[in-house]
Design a binder for this molecule. Structure first.
Ligand code: UGA
Length: 453
């Protein structure tokens, strides 16, 4: 299959590379000349484990090409995935101007039947607008279909999520488009291209009997599946965070409660980790966009407003905990472990670290930080208002309190006796419940976590 992917952000780049790994001829297009120049030289714009190796391998094989020219990419491709950004407007509504612009350019370039696929996360009904835009700009009257194919990959495990998904969802108006999309995904559906979680590597094998579910539905339902899934997961996190706050008052332990709840298969054990709330480029944006599109359609989806509010409060509660533990923040040195919104990524969009550090700076604290991969992004946000350390022990050294914000493995493995000796005061606030409270107290820490005694 010949595939064009327009937009080389997280979703576009990972999708393009994985389709190439499946044996298709892929052209990844972006209007950012510097980015495309770098990609041609094997320089990857994002931190994603395993991605650079796949880009280099497929580019060398010749089935992955990087381009700035949409027209030629569209003309030689059968299927065109639109994976450009849909950033939030101040109201929370998704800004779809990039989608419109690309739809227009695709329409003007089409020379034969094409399937144009929305891969970016978009509000329900965007497909109708894309179809209309293409129809108005399709001067040579070429036949086309618009399809929806939401992506469910997570940052930090993007390749395994793409190649070993729980399901593939597509929304189409016609069977012809469904058949072409099935062809794109066939190696993933039959798992002849997959991902071995044990060795953390892509595998090529004989087609497997157990196939990945391939769901074919309408364009609107497919669009909705993405917003409804992300919002449900965000709701699960806000729910367990409310339970955690309740546990603190009731003297219960949220981890025990989550285990007990999660073993009911209707609840499930995943996404029940209490903490300082969700961040990143997806949940905050998607829950707000889902709420806004609901309002636009005339429905007040109140539950989503609460999910957002609880997530905001969760950070405020944690900041209050820091203040309660330290009394006066002014002139104290606060050590922060972790900047990225979650481990295995350098992404700091909507990261709790930003609010926590800003709150400490506003109170007049000195802030020292370390993150295994997000230091450069941290510098672009905080400049020289904070101190950047070369490791977690340097953060602990002479700090008045240590705050764990991101649950990197490196932090879980710290020698806590050593950390204890390096701190001025033995105060440890754990925003991700990474340590055993009893053991921490045995060492001598005044240990605070989320929803545990
Ligand atoms: C999320 C979804 O999980 C993907 O399925 C989806 O494709 C993606 O958004 C997207 O729309 O593109 P991602 O934002 O990469 O993926 O990260 P997650 O691993 O889902 O974590 C999101 C946030 O929730 C993180 O801040 C994490 O710390 C937090 N979280 C997660 C919790 O606080 N508790 C949990 O139990 C799980």
């Amino acid at each position: 299959m010949k595939i064009a992917v327009i937009g080389t952000g997280y979703v576009g780049l990972v999708s393009g590379v994985c389709f190439a790994e499946c044996g298709h001829d892929v052209i990844c297009v972006d209007n950012d000349k510097v980015k495309i120049g770098n990609l041609k030289n094997g320089v990857i714009p994002i931190y994603e484990p395993g991605l650079d190796e796949l880009v280099i391998r497929n580019a060398e094989k010749g089935n992955l090409i990087f381009e700035t020219d949409i027209q030629s990419a569209v003309q030689i491709s059968d299927v065109i995935f639109i994976a450009v950004g849909t950033p939030p407007k101040p109201s929370g509504e998704a800004d779809l101007s990039y989608i419109e612009e690309v739809s227009r350019q695709v329409a003007k370039s089409m020379n034969s039947y094409k399937v144009v696929v929305e891969k970016s996360t978009v509000p329900v009904r965007t497909g109708e607008w894309v179809k209309r835009t293409i129809r108005f700009n399709n001067k040579s009257d070429v036949d086309f279909d618009v399809a929806s194919n939401p992506e469910f990959l997570r940052e930090g495990s993007a390749i395994s999520d793409f190649l070993k998904p729980d399901r593939i969802v597509i929304g189409v108006d016609h069977q012809k488009a469904a058949d072409l999309l099935r062809k794109c995904y066939q190696p993933i559906i039959d798992q002849s291209v997959s991902f071995d979680l044990k060795t953390n590597s892509v595998i090529h094998q004989e087609p497997q009997e157990e196939q990945v579910p391939f769901i074919v539905t309408t364009v609107s339902s497919s669009e909705l599946i993405k917003h409804a899934s992300n919002s449900f997961l965000a709701m699960k996190i806000s729910y367990i965070n409310c339970v955690a706050n309740f546990c603190e008052l009731a003297g219960a332990d949220v981890e025990q409660v989550a285990i007990g709840m999660g073993l009911d298969s209707r609840v499930g054990t995943k996404f029940l980790n209490a903490g300082i709330g969700y961040g990143g480029s997806c949940f905050p944006k998607d829950v707000s966009a889902f709420l806004e599109i609901s309002k636009e359609l005339g429905y007040d989806f109140k539950l989503l407003s609460d999910v957002i509010e609880v997530n905001k409060q969760q950070r405020e509660i944690f900041i209050r905990k820091i203040k309660n533990a330290l009394w006066i923040i002014k002139d104290k040195t606060i050590g922060i472990l972790g900047l990225s919104f979650k481990p295995n990524t350098d992404d700091m969009r909507e990261a709790p670290a930003i609010d926590i550090i800003n709150a400490m700076l506003e109170e007049g604290a000195r802030v020292k930080v370390y993150d295994p991969v997000a230091m450069e992004i941290g510098k672009s946000i905080f400049g020289d208002s904070i101190e950047y350390c070369d490791g977690p022990y340097a953060v602990a050294d002479n700090s008045d309190a240590l705050i764990l914000v991101t649950e990197w493995d490196e932090f879980r493995k710290l020698d806590m006796e050593k950390v204890y000796k390096m701190l001025n005061y033995p105060i440890f606030l754990d925003g991700r419940n990474c340590f055993n409270p009893e053991k921490m107290r045995e060492i001598g820490f005044e240990y605070h976590s989320i929803g545990r005694k």
